[in-house]
Structures are given as structure tokens and as C-alpha cells.
Design a protein around this ligand. Structure first.
Ligand code: NAP
Length: 307
């Protein structure tokens, strides 16, 4: 190895150590982490990282063969003795699939500690903005994540450490992307905002898509349907965090930034592995450092006025 490549190696190890200082873990091999949409992309990288850290990982995917293959690939790659990885089928957009999954978690696992709502879709190319698939995008990215969260909420163990929900969201859905003043006021009024308000916003968007009047109405201008789905997910996460305050379940959002996956047709600033690693770090924050109701842009929590 040349001296320059060994220096490169040392500096990347240093960076790793700085980003991820060694700490006595709060979790054990019995700690259960569920990751949705984990057969590829950021979800797969995150599930793999959680297994490396020794958790018991439930890798879920809507396609049985793809999910089994992904779980087997993690099992084959990880060093022996680390966390268990099992596959379970879950289509987050299908109420029957969500109900069956929740029953399985209750009956087979007895509960869970970490839920990462990662499954997501977008049908746009980088520079297009079609809303043709808006129903599917909202049903998956917002309603699916919400439906699964509500189904699993009674099953969080909440002891001895705080249980966690991490919603993989996007800064495309930050409040500063929304130009409609009434909707902005509604979403910013934390004391008065309700889940019905959020559902109403989504229904209004889908109705405007349906009758072709959505343009020029102050909706986010980039990947509009996807951005509305993440706007709703962010608002719901914030409300849920408030609802669960004091109940030992934290709720946070994470935006990985522009990441090279199938969703971005392979474009992006970083790899799925880098994004998965940071997401795993947030999911595993020590209880004393774990906030709730935050939106993390990479590792940095954002101001509420933008969320
Ligand atoms: N890549 C980025 O730049 C970026 C930026 C910000 C946020 N994000 C968010 O990061 C998350 C992961 O995205 P990614 O970039 O890794 O995308 P990806 O490579 O396209 O992976 C998406 C995953 O979601 C799954 N999925 C889609 N619909 C589902 C459903 N109904 N039920 C269960 N799983 C479903 C897909 O499964 P199939 O294989 O069966 O389709 C796939 O495993 C998404 O929430 C995305 O919005 C990504």
C-alpha cells in the first residue's frame, strides 16, 4: 500500500471515529428494530447497519422474494455472532398487510423497540413534476407510514430505554416549500393543529389533482406529490411526538439528502450506505441524547418554523 493510500485509510477511520464515538450501547441482541422498504436503497443499508450493531432486525419488504434475498445477503455478509436478521412481508400501503404484520409482531416478537418508516415512492425523474401517481405516493409515503405507526404503537416496549420511531422524510416537504399562507398558518399553529387538519390538507391536494386545479395553488414546486406526502408526514410526526410526550416513545424525522438510489435514478451526492449509517446513528442515539419532534437534515435538527 502506498503511503498516500494508507493516509487516506487512516483519515477515513478518523472521520468514522469522530462521527460515531464508541459508547456502551443501550441496546442488546433482544432489541427489535423494524425497517420498512428494506430490500434496497437506504432501507437495506440501514437494516444492514443495525444488524452490524447487534440488534435483532426485522427487514420488511412488499415483495417476498426480494425481501428474502436482501435479508439473506445481510446474513451472509455480517460477521458471525452479531444481530439476527429476519424477513417479514409488509406492504405499507395495504391495510390488510399492515394488520397482519402488527399481529405477527405482537404474537411472535412480543413487541418492538425501533420503527423506521423508510418505505417510499416517487414516480418523477429528477427534473419532471408529474402528479399522475399522486394517490399512490400519498398512500405509501404518508398514509402507509401513519397506518403502520398507529398499528404498532401499542406494541412498543418503552422500557428500559425509550422506544423510537424514525420517519425517513425529505426536506422537499419542509414548510418553507409551501407557499399557501393559510396552510402555512395552519401547520405552524402547533397548539391548534390536528390530524384531521393534516388529512384535510392531503384530501384537498388529491381533489385538486383529480380536477386538474393543483397548479398555482401554493403547493411545493418540486416533485409536488412527493413533497406534499413528506409535508404531511413531517406534520404528523410533530403531532405524534407531542401526543406521546412523557410516554417513552420518541418520534423524529430524517432527511438523508440527495442520495444515489433507484428513487433518484442513481443520481445524488452520497451513497445509500452513507445515508443508512447516519440514519442508524440517529435511531440508536443514547436515551439521554434522544430528542423528540425533531427533523434531522443529515445530523442537524432543523428549526420548527421550517418543519
Ligand atoms: N434517495 C434520496 O435522495 C432520498 C432523499 C430524501 C428522502 N428519501 C427517502 O428515503 C426513503 C428510501 O428511499 P430510497 O432512496 O432508498 O428509495 P428506493 O431505492 O426507491 O427504495 C424504496 C423502497 O421502498 C419500498 N416500497 C415502496 N412502496 C412500498 C410499499 N407500499 N410497501 C413497502 N415497501 C415499499 C421499495 O420496495 P420495492 O423494491 O418493492 O419497490 C423499496 O424497498 C424514502 O422514504 C425516500 O422518500 C430519499
Amino acid at each position: 500500500m502506498s503511503s498516500s493510500s494508507s493516509m487516506d485509510c487512516a483519515s477515513s477511520k478518523d472521520k468514522e471515529a469522530a462521527a460515531d464515538p464508541p459508547r456502551a450501547p443501550w441496546w442488546t441482541g433482544e432489541t427489535v428494530a423494524v425497517v420498512t422498504g428494506a430490500n434496497r436503497g437506504i432501507g437495506l443499508a440501514l437494516a444492514s447497519r443495525l444488524a452490524e450493531r447487534g440488534l435483532s432486525v426485522v427487514l420488511t419488504a412488499r415483495d417476498e422474494a426480494r425481501g428474502e434475498a436482501a435479508a439473506a445477503a445481510i446474513r451472509d455478509a455480517r460477521p458471525p455472532g452479531l444481530g439476527a436478521v429476519r424477513f417479514r412481508r409488509l406492504d405499507v400501503a395495504d391495510p390488510a398487510s399492515v394488520a397482519a404484520f402488527a399481529s405477527w409482531v405482537r404474537d411472535e416478537l412480543g413487541g418492538l423497540d425501533i420503527l423506521v418508516n423508510n418505505a417510499g415512492v416517487s414516480f418523477n425523474e429528477i427534473s419532471t413534476n408529474s402528479v399522475e401517481h399522486a394517490e399512490t405516493v400519498l398512500r405509501t409515503n404518508f398514509h402507509g407510514a401513519k397506518m403502520l405507526t398507529e398499528a404498532l404503537l401499542p406494541l412498543f416496549r418503552r422500557a428500559p430505554t425509550t422506544s423510537r420511531i424514525l420517519n425517513i422524510s425529505s426536506q422537499l416537504g419542509l414548510l418553507n416549500k409551501l407557499k399557501d399562507p393559510a396552510l402555512r398558518r395552519m401547520l405552524l399553529n402547533e397548539a391548534a393543529l390536528t390530524e384531521r387538519d393534516i388529512e384535510g390538507m392531503v384530501s384537498r391536494f388529491l381533489a385538486e389533482v383529480g380536477d386538474g386545479t393543483w397548479r398555482g395553488r401554493g403547493w411545493p414546486e418540486v416533485w409536488t406529490d412527493y413533497a406534499v406526502s413528506k409535508l404531511a408526514l413531517n406534520a404528523y410526526s410533530r403531532l405524534l411526538a407531542a401526543r406521546l410526550a412523557g410516554e417513552r416513545v420518541s418520534v423524529n424525522c430524517f432527511c438523508p439528502g440527495f442520495t444515489r438510489t433507484d428513487m433518484t435514478r442513481g443520481f445524488g451526492k452520497r451513497t445509500a450506505e452513507e445515508a443508512g449509517r447516519v440514519a442508524a446513528g440517529l435511531a440508536l442515539l443514547p436515551p439521554r441524547d434522544l430528542p423528540t419532534g425533531k427533523f434531522f437534515k443529515w445530523r442537524t435538527p432543523q428549526l420548527y418554523s421550517k418543519l
